[in-house]
Design a protein around this ligand. Structure first.
Ligand code: SIN
Length: 519
C-alpha cells in the first residue's frame, strides 16, 4: 500500500495552501474526483476580505462577520481569522501572488454585502479564485503529487485513528493510500440543489465520508443562498458576483421597482440571507428579478468573467439588465473542527468549506471563505508540522477490498435529489416540507443503512448515496432547529429564538444520539 506523510482530499485554495506549506518537509499527495481546477475556489469571483485599508480595523471586520453570522459564530475563531488574515495575505503577495492595484501600486479594495467598508482584495477583476488557484498550483507542482479523476470513497480507520483513504477511479479500480495525517478539503454541498453557483463536482462527498467514519458534523442546517445567479430560462446558471452590487448595481423587478428599498438599512448590500429571501418572495409572486447594472462604467473590463458568462448565455449586458435568481452557494456548517482544523477523529483534519470552524456562524460574510481557506490551510499545516504523528502501524496494516458488484439498483437520479432539496429544504422551509423531504430521503437511505458497501458501488451510485446522506443530515437538522437564523429560515418559526437556540449547535454523528451543545 502506498504511504505518505499527508494525504489531502480536494484541490481548492484550502487544500493547496496546506499542501504548499507542508510540501517542504513532507511527502504530500492530493486526490481530486475530477480535474484539479474543478473546485469552488477556482470559480470564486468576489475576492478575499481582509482588514488592510487605512481606515479599517480587525474589530470592524470581526463585528461585520458576527453581525452577518447572526451571533452564531465562535468569537475566538473569528478573531483569529480576521487578525491573522492580513499577515497570510501579505506572505502570499511577497511570494508573487498579484492582486489588482491602482496606478500607484496600492491594492484596490472592493465592497460587498454587509461589509461596513471597502476591504475585498481581488485579482483579474472577478477572477480572484482562478488566479489564486493557479498561483498555488504553480508553487506545489514540483513537490506535490496531484491525482485527478480518482474519487476518495471512504476514510480508512485503525484503532480509532484515521490513517488513510480508499479511492476508486473511473474504471472501478479500488486503491488504498495510507497517510500519517489526512486532510479533508472537499468543499461543501451546493450540488445537492438544482440552482447552485457551485462546481458540478461538489456533492457533499467529504461530509458523507466523515459521517460514515464517525466524525462529528455540525450546523448543517445553515445553507447560504446567493441572491444573484444568472437566470437562464428559469434556471440558475453561473454567479453574478455581489461585487457588482458593491459597485452600485441595484435589484429591480420587471416593473422596474427597487426590491431592497425599505427592506433593510443596507438595501442592496444587506446580508445575503435577507436579499435571497426578498428575491425568493418576488419570484414566488410571479415577478422576474433583474440586476440593473446601467450605472457601472467599464463593466466589461471590471467584470470580465461575468461578461463572458452573460455572453455564453445570450444575455446582452449593453441593455443594462441581467436576469437573476437565487441559488445554493455555501454551507456554513460541516465537519466540526477546533481552532487548528482538527476534527473529532484522531489523524483527520478538515479545512475550507467542508469544515465547520465556527467562523461563519449562521450566515457567512461575503469573501470570508477564501480568507478562511488561506488562514486554516496554514493553521492545519502548522499543526501537522508541529506534531509527530504516529506511523509505525503502517507496515502491519492490510485492508481487504470488497469487489462484489453493487446490489443497490434503486437510487434516485441526481436531478430528483436536487429538485427535492430546492423545493423542500431551500430558502424558506417549514415543518411540512421538511418532513416530506425526510420521508423521501429515508425511503432510499434505509436501503443502504448499516451496510459497508462503498467499494461495491459505481462512482455514480456512490455520489447518489453521498447526496442522500448529506441531504438527510441537512433536512433533519433543519427540522430540529425550531427558529430562524441566517441561512436557516422557517416560515413556521420566522423569528430567532434566543432563549432556546442562542449559540446552540446541533452536532451529528453516526454513533451516538444527536447532541445539542452550547458553543
Ligand atoms: C460573490 O462574488 O458574490 C461571492 C463571493 C463570496 O461568496 O464570498
Amino acid at each position: 500500500m502506498p504511504k505518505y506523510d499527508v494525504v489531502i482530499v480536494g484541490s481548492g485554495i484550502a487544500a493547496l495552501t496546506a499542501a504548499y506549506k507542508l510540501s517542504s518537509k513532507n511527502n504530500v499527495i492530493i486526490f481530486t474526483k475530477s480535474m484539479h481546477t474543478s473546485s469552488n475556489s477556482f470559480l470564486a469571483q468576489g475576492g478575499i476580505a481582509a482588514c488592510i485599508g487605512h481606515q479599517d480595523t480587525w474589530l470592524s471586520h470581526f463585528t461585520d462577520t458576527i453581525t452577518a453570522g447572526c451571533n452564531h459564530n465562535h468569537e475566538e475563531a473569528v478573531e483569529q481569522m480576521v487578525k491573522s488574515g492580513p499577515i497570510y495575505l501579505s506572505n502570499l503577495i511577497k511570494d508573487g501572488m498579484q492582486f489588482d492595484v491602482d496606478k500607484s501600486n496600492n491594492l484596490l479594495l472592493g465592497k460587498e454585502g454587509a461589509h461596513s467598508t471597502r476591504r475585498i482584495l481581488h485579482a483579474g477583476g472577478d477572477s480572484t479564485g482562478r488566479k489564486l488557484v493557479l498561483h498555488l498550483l504553480d508553487k506545489v507542482k514540483r513537490n506535490v503529487q496531484i491525482i485527478e479523476n480518482e474519487m476518495a470513497i471512504d476514510l480508512l480507520m485503525y484503532n480509532k485513528r484515521c490513517i488513510g483513504v480508499e479511492t476508486k477511479n473511473k474504471n472501478g479500480t479500488v486503491k488504498q493510500y495510507l497517510g500519517s495525517d489526512i486532510i479533508l478539503a472537499t468543499g461543501g454541498c451546493g450540488g445537492l440543489y438544482s440552482f447552485t453557483s457551485n462546481d458540478d463536482s461538489i456533492t457533499g462527498d467529504g461530509l458523507a465520508m466523515a459521517f460514515r467514519a464517525g466524525a462529528e458534523l455540525t450546523d448543517l442546517e445553515f445553507i447560504q443562498f446567493h441572491p444573484t445567479l444568472l437566470n437562464c430560462n428559469g434556471k440558475g446558471s453561473g454567479l453574478i458576483s455581489e461585487a457588482v452590487r458593491g459597485e452600485g448595481a441595484i435589484l429591480v423587478n420587471e416593473s422596474g421597482k427597487r426590491i431592497m428599498k425599505n427592506v433593510h438599512p443596507l438595501e442592496d448590500l444587506a446580508p445575503r440571507d435577507v436579499v435571497a429571501r426578498a428575491l425568493f418572495h418576488e419570484i414566488e409572486n410571479g415577478r422576474n428579478v433583474f440586476l440593473d447594472i446601467s450605472m457601472i462604467k467599464n463593466f466589461k473590463s471590471h467584470f470580465p468573467t461575468i461578461t463572458a458568462i452573460c455572453q455564453i448565455n445570450g444575455i446582452d449586458i449593453e441593455k443594462g439588465l441581467i436576469p437573476v435568481i437565487p441559488g445554493a452557494h455555501f454551507l456554513m456548517g460541516g465537519v466540526k473542527t477546533d481552532g487548528r482544523g482538527r476534527t473529532s477523529l484522531n489523524g483527520l483534519y478538515a479545512v475550507g468549506e467542508v469544515a465547520c470552524t465556527g467562523v461563519h456562524g449562521a450566515n457567512r460574510l461575503a469573501s470570508n471563505s477564501l480568507l478562511e481557506g488561506i488562514v486554516y490551510g496554514n493553521l492545519v499545516a502548522d499543526d501537522i508540522l508541529s506534531n509527530n504523528s504516529p506511523n509505525d502501524y503502517m507496515n502491519e496494516i492490510s485492508f481487504k477490498t470488497n469487489n462484489q458488484k453493487s446490489q443497490l439498483i434503486d437510487l434516485p437520479t441526481k436531478r430528483q435529489i436536487q429538485q427535492l432539496m430546492m423545493d423542500h429544504v431551500g430558502i424558506v422551509r417549514d415543518k411540512k416540507s421538511l418532513r416530506y423531504a425526510v420521508d423521501w430521503l429515508e425511503s432510499y437511505k434505509k436501503k443502504y443503512d448499516g451496510f459497508s458497501l462503498t467499494t461495491t458501488l459505481t462512482i455514480e451510485q456512490l455520489i447518489m448515496v453521498n447526496m442522500i446522506t448529506v441531504g438527510w443530515l441537512i433536512t433533519t437538522s433543519a427540522l430540529m432547529r425550531t427558529e430562524s437564523r441566517g441561512g436557516h429560515f422557517r416560515a413556521d418559526f420566522p423569528n430567532d429564538d434566543n432563549l432556546n437556540w442562542y449559540k446552540r449547535e446541533i452536532v451529528r454523528t453516526n454513533q451516538t444520539n444527536d447532541v445539542l451543545t452550547g458553543i
